[in-house]
Design a protein. Structure first.
Length: 337
């Protein structure tokens, strides 16, 4: 006697065999149509897919993975989802991956090397087909865990991987030149942590230009955070710099908040430039002048590169560098007379 569904049990998932029977085709044709492969006429394919949708058929991904060696999923590892830059990045990765036929496992390592290692380990254990990784630092030990898994690195120039990044040094140069063109001579730099090559490159591009054409008043480092380190607050409180270049928009907004707490105004007393062009930049008062990173293009390129790597693991490594642009808003003006 066949078992029937009861109100207390979830409905039974339709099988591929049932789809084939209801559509009046062979099991092979049903499989080809569902998986987008094999020799099936377009009209027949559409008919099978319509029947499958009516029956609520969903492919068994575990069985598919056992057969093909692929799970149809990729991992995305980012350091800090509280930073608006990363949700924007994740959204584009998910959309591009979906278009390519992949689902995405997303994890936030919260800036912790230990959490980063755990996240990578879980991704590998769950058999993702590949990983898009935004490392915390250049010297992360994660490489040993991720070995053998197709991987694309965002933001950091790590030689063993496909790399997608922006021209950070040029961004630093653009920021410095914008302030100098506005008439600033005494300029301070708040870089991100030097453990990340992208933070170093942003700062070095800015510092080289400032030293060539103006005065570097001070250079301090800060986490990619609104909260300022004591050394950063102390540098601002010297009131020696009439303009500040920050290595990230979050740092810039934190600096503007501290400048206001000192009884000064932005940009009347101190001009500020950020880096990244996160959504908060144009919503802040005053709207933040910043360096725009093409995050949508970078995310799409990361997915495209990873899919190529999954398909052909022996192809040469790719390094794609995107140009950046200065976005002039309200946080920069000329220095007081």
């Amino acid at each position: 006697m066949a078992k029937t569904d009861t109100p207390n049990e979830p409905p039974r998932r339709a099988t591929l065999k049932e789809v084939a029977k209801a559509a009046g085709v062979s099991l092979a044709s049903a499989s080809y149509a569902i998986n987008g492969a094999g020799s099936v006429g377009e009209a027949t394919r559409e008919h099978i897919l319509k029947v499958a949708a009516q029956l609520g058929y969903r492919p068994n991904q575990s069985a598919k993975a056992m057969k093909t060696g692929r799970t149809g999923a990729i991992g995305l590892i980012v350091p800090d989802l509280t930073n608006p830059f990363f949700p924007s990045l994740a959204q584009v990765v998910i959309q591009a991956a979906r278009t390519a036929g992949y689902s995405v496992f997303l994890t936030d390592t919260e800036g912790s090397p230990e959490a980063e290692q755990q996240a990578v380990g879980l991704m590998v254990d769950h058999g993702v087909d590949g990983v898009i990784w935004f490392p915390i630092a250049d010297d992360s030990p994660v490489g040993r865990l991720i070995e053998g898994v197709p991987t694309v690195v965002l933001d950091r120039n790590l030689p063993a991987y496909d790399v997608i990044q922006a021209d950070y040094a040029d961004g630093g140069r653009l920021a410095a030149e914008h302030l100098i063109a506005a008439g600033h001579v005494n300029i301070g730099v708040i870089s991100g942590p030097y453990a990340a090559s992208s933070a170093r490159q942003r700062a070095e591009g800015a510092i080289a230009t400032v030293r060539e054409k103006a005065n570097l008043t001070w250079h301090v480092q800060n986490a990619f955070s609104l909260d300022l380190e004591p050394a950063v607050a102390a540098a601002l409180e010297t009131r020696q710099a009439t303009a500040v270049i920050a290595g990230a928009d979050l740092i810039a907004i934190g600096a503007m908040r501290h400048i206001r707490s000192m009884g000064l105004s932005v940009p009347e007393d101190v001009s500020v430039i950020g880096f990244d062009d996160i959504p908060w930049a144009q919503l802040h008062t005053p709207a933040l002048t910043t360096i725009d990173m093409p995050v949508e293009d970078m995310a799409a390129a990361a997915v495209e590169t990873l899919v190529r790597r999954i398909t052909n693991r022996s192809e040469p490594r790719r390094r794609v560098v995107f140009n950046v642009e200065l976005v002039a808003r309200e946080s920069v003006t000329g220095p007081k007379a």
